[in-house]
Design a protein. Sequence first.
Length: 338
Amino acid sequence: MTMIKVGIVGCGKQASRHITSLKRIPNIMPVLADIDAGIAQKMADQEECGFVEHPDALIGAGDISALVICTPTQTHVPLIKNSFAEGIHVFCEKPLSDDLQEIQDLKPIVDSSDLILQIGYIYRYVPAFEEGARLLRHQTINGESMVLGRPLTGYFRLGGRGSHQPWKHKVATGGGAINEMLVHMIDLATWYFGPLNHVESISNRLHLPERVIGGETHQVDAEDFILVRCSGKSGVEVYCQADLVTPAFTQYVEIQCQNGTFRGSIQPDSPSFIFVNNAAGGYNSGKTVLQYGQRNLLDIQMTSFVHSVLKNKKPDRNTIEDSLALTKIIDKIRKGTQ
């Protein structure tokens, strides 16, 4: 079988992870590019893959089937447009854009093309969260889960310490807890209960205006703590909280319903379970622990993208429609509107 070249633009930490995942897929050859050619060449040497001198040269090379975008947020949409113009499928790290109008302008281009665009909201590939979506989104009648009953409240939490790259903490480069963290939880909440409405920002703060990154002190201005309240289908009250100040990574989702509880987490040491008062849908009454073992979510996500490309089949999640719905919510949070 002919080797398929997949370009990667932006040679930071995330690019290295995608290279590892791509190398596990047969007949895929990663090719790197960065605005700093030296960084791309260094990573290419380390990872034993190809590189070109500049992203424009990669996109215009004529032999790239798909592109993985790992660059700052404000560069995403221009890179996608350039790639689509060259007939290149695209996987783009989240968020697609923090500009609602930019996504709305991009959508007709994507809709009128046979090319694939998939956005990297990896939490939708967590097995526990997939089970939550099955129970709370797919197996429902009139907005009520056939297993858990009517949802009452939902809490979506994600916290980490940050300080990986300066741009991730600056407003001008699309950084902050909203873009880095909250988007994942809003995305899950929308997946389960969307469309979300009555959006209210309860707390939006910058606790740490100085960050030590790479041994240097940086003044930063993007928020590092955010707490949002909103409502979803059937009136469920939803809270989403994210921050870049938690010393040890923390993540979980907890949904309270009339007939029980769903709790899911990406962390193997954090319990995921279904508790039902009355047996339903294959779950016995009481607590059922959800155990899936260790899985490499980046591998799952990238395999899904490559499969969509090879089959020329639109992905079943993380589409531009999903990003548009998400960005409308984020836009409301930033503007403080309902």
